[in-house]
Design a protein. Structure first.
Length: 550
C-alpha cells in the first residue's frame, strides 16, 4: 500500500535526482507561519503606536519616527510570508503538468514525426499550431496533472481524460526543449476510475520531480496555493499559481439540483472535498493544492465552474489514505474497489436529531449481503464506523465507500426496543462487499481481469441486476458472495451452461469469499487439464453443480 512516505521515497530513486526533490523544508516555513499568525497583532500594534505618538507629540516634533520600528516589523513579516509563498511554489511547480485531450482523428499520432520536419506545411495538411505536441497548440479540452514518480507516472482527475478509448493525451512539463521533447508525446492511460474521479497516466520520461504529499493534518484557515493550467494558459507546462485559505473540509461536491440522488455518482458527492477560496478556473482540474511547505494536500477540481456554482468556491480531492490506495491500484493498471454493506440508510427524523440522536437509520437490509450477515436490523441506527462518527447517511456512504471491498469494519449501532427509552449499544463486525457503480463515464484499465475458460468473476454486489439487489441467493437457501460477470460464446464456460449474473458458491467444494479465492483455486496447475466443478445459483435461487471442461 502506498503511503505518503512511499511516494516521497520515489524521489530518491536514480543517481541524478537533485537533493531538492526530497527535502521537506519543515523548519523555515513553520517559523514563517508562526510569524504570520502575529502579523495582524503587529499591524494593530503599529497603528496604535502611531496614534499614541501623535497624541503625545509636541508642536514641531516628528512622531512618525516612533511608529517606524513597528511598521518595519510588520513589513518584515509580510516579506517573510511572500518569501515562503515563492519558495513553496518553486518546490512544487516542477511537479505539475499541463494535459491536452485530443479526439482521435484530429491529429493522428502517426503524423507527428512528419509534422516535425514540415513546419511550412509542404505536403502536410496540419499547420504547426495544430500539432498537439507543439507549445503553440491550443487545445479545446485541457487540464492539469501531478507527477508522482521520477519515471513518468502522473495523477489527474478522471473527468479530465473522459474515455481513453476515444482520445489521445499530450503532457507538457516546463518550457524547456529537453523536458518538452521528453514528455510532449502521447501519454498512455493506465487506468481511470469514475467513482473516485482519479486517473493515472504514464509518459516516457525519466528524472522527473515527483510531488511530495503532506503527512500533516489539514485544518481550516491554513494558507494554500493552487497550481495548474487555468483556461489552458499554462499549456506549455509552466504552472500558474493562485492562493487562498482552506475554507472547509469534507465538503459535498455540487450536483444539479434537478438530478436529486441520481446525480450523486462519485464518492465526492458524499462529502470528501477540501473547499478553498483559491481561484480554480476550467483547466485546474488535476492540479496541485499545496501548503506553505510546498507539499501537496489536494488534487484540484473545477467542479464549481462546471456546475454553475460561484467560481470563488474551489474544491480539491484530499490526498488522504483513500486517495493513496486508489492511486496505487491505478498505477497497476487496475480499477479500485469500494466497500458496500448492502443496506438502504435514511437520515434521522427531525424530532430525533432535536433530542441529540446522531447517525443513519437502516431502512432496508438486503438479504444475503454483508449488512444482514453482520446482524443489522431494520430501524437500527449506525452512529460510528470504526473510529469515525456518523451523523447522517452521507457520512455513512462516505465511510463505507472509502474502505476497500473485503475490508472488515466495526459498526457502532443503537438498537431500540419497544417499551425502552434507552437503546442497546452494539458493536457489529462486517466484512464489506464491492460497491456497484453507476457513473457518467466508463472506467478504464489496461490490465483487465484474466478470463478463466471464457468467464469473468466478480463480487455479486458489483453486478447491477434486480435479482441480486433484492437478495443474493433468492430464498437464501444458498447464499453466495460472487457472481459471473461475463461469459464469451463458444467457450468451455458457455458450453457448460454458465451465463452472466449466475451466483457462484464454490470451486471443487471450497466456498468462495472473494474473486481472488476463485482465481487462486481454478489456477491450480493440477486442474489445468481437468474438468472443474462449480456450484452456482441461478437467478431463481436454485443451486446447481456444473462441470467446466478444460
Amino acid at each position: 500500500m502506498l503511503t505518503p512516505a512511499s511516494f516521497n521515497s520515489c524521489a530518491k530513486m536514480g543517481p541524478d535526482a537533485p537533493p531538492s526533490v526530497v527535502r521537506r523544508w519543515p523548519d523555515a516555513p513553520s517559523s514563517v507561519l508562526r510569524l504570520a499568525l502575529s502579523l495582524v497583532s503587529i499591524i494593530f500594534a503599529s497603528c496604535a503606536s502611531g496614534q499614541t505618538a501623535l497624541a503625545q507629540a509636541q508642536p514641531g516634533q516628528a512622531p512618525v519616527q516612533q511608529a517606524a520600528p513597528a511598521r518595519g516589523q510588520a513589513l518584515a513579516v509580510v516579506a517573510a510570508i511572500e518569501s515562503a509563498t515563492v519558495s513553496a511554489i518553486e518546490r512544487a511547480e516542477h511537479s505539475v503538468v499541463a494535459i491536452a485531450r485530443v479526439g482521435r482523428g484530429r491529429a493522428p499520432a502517426t503524423q507527428l514525426d512528419q509534422l516535425h520536419v514540415d513546419p511550412f506545411r509542404l505536403g502536410n495538411p496540419f499547420p504547426l499550431q495544430d500539432r498537439p505536441d507543439s507549445p503553440d497548440f491550443i487545445p479545446t479540452l485541457f487540464g492539469s496533472g501531478i507527477v508522482i514518480s521520477q519515471d513518468g507516472y502522473i495523477v489527474t482527475c478522471g473527468h479530465v481524460l473522459d474515455d481513453p478509448r476515444e482520445h489521445d493525451y499530450y503532457v507538457w512539463l516546463d518550457k524547456q526543449s529537453y523536458a518538452a521533447r521528453a514528455v510532449g508525446m502521447p501519454a498512455k492511460v493506465l487506468a481511470s476510475d469514475p467513482f473516485s474521479d482519479l486517473a493515472v497516466l504514464k509518459v516516457d520520461a525519466s528524472n522527473l520531480q515527483p510531488a511530495v504529499f503532506s503527512q500533516q493534518e489539514l485544518r481550516k484557515g491554513q494558507f494554500v496555493i493552487a497550481l495548474g493550467n487555468p483556461q489552458a494558459i499554462a499549456r506549455d507546462g509552466q504552472a500558474s499559481a493562485s492562493w487562498g485559505i482552506v475554507s472547509n473540509l469534507k465538503r459535498i461536491a455540487p450536483t444539479d439540483p434537478a438530478a436529486g440522488d441520481s446525480g450523486k455518482v462519485t464518492i465526492h458527492h458524499f462529502g470528501t472535498l477540501i473547499q478553498t477560496d483559491a481561484k480554480l478556473n476550467l483547466g485546474m482540474s488535476g492540479g496541485a493544492l499545496i501548503d506553505m511547505r510546498g507539499e501537496v494536500v489536494g488534487l484540484t477540481t473545477a467542479l464549481a465552474t462546471t456546475t454553475g456554482y460561484e467560481q470563488s468556491a474551489g474544491f480539491a480531492i484530499a490526498t488522504d489514505a483513500m486517495f493513496l490506495r486508489v492511486i496505487e491500484t491505478l498505477k497497476e493498471g487496475k480499477l479500485p474497489e469500494f466497500g458496500f454493506l448492502g443496506i438502504q440508510p435514511d437520515d434521522l427524523r427531525t424530532y430525533e436529531t432535536s433530542r441529540g440522536l446522531r447517525g443513519a437509520r437502516v431502512s432496508v437490509v438486503i438479504p444475503g449481503l454483508p449488512g444482514e450477515q453482520a446482524g443489522l436490523r431494520t430501524d437500527d441506527v449506525i452512529y460510528q464506523v470504526d473510529d469515525t462518527p456518523v451523523t447522517d447517511r452521507s457520512d455513512l456512504f462516505r465511510e463505507l465507500s472509502q474502505a476497500a471491498a473485503g475490508t472488515q469494519v466495526r459498526l457502532f449501532v443503537h438498537r431500540f426496543r419497544p417499551g425502552r427509552n434507552d437503546p442497546d449499544e452494539l458493536q457489529l463486525p462486517a466484512r464489506l462487499s464491492k460497491k456497484p457503480l453507476n457513473t457518467r463515464w466508463p472506467g478504464y484499465a489496461v490490465n483487465a481481469p484474466t478470463k478463466w475458460r471464457g468467464m469473468l468473476v466478480d463480487y455479486a454486489t458489483a453486478i447491477a441486476s434486480d435479482w441480486s439487489r433484492n437478495g443474493l441467493g433468492g430464498s437464501r437457501r444458498t447464499p453466495f458472495k460472487l457472481a459471473i460477470l461475463s461469459v464469451d460464446p463458444d467457450t468451455p464456460a458457455w458450453s457448460s451452461g454458465l451465463r452472466p449474473g449466475y451466483g457462484l458458491v464454490s470451486v471443487q467444494g471450497t466456498e468462495l469469499e472473494n474473486p481472488d479465492d476463485f482465481y487462486r483455486l481454478v489456477g491450480d496447475s493440477a486442474l489445468a487439464s481437468l474438468p472443474v466443478e462449480l456450484t452456482i445459483v441461478r437467478p431463481n435461487g436454485r443451486p446447481e453443480t456444473v462441470e467446466v471442461a478444460p
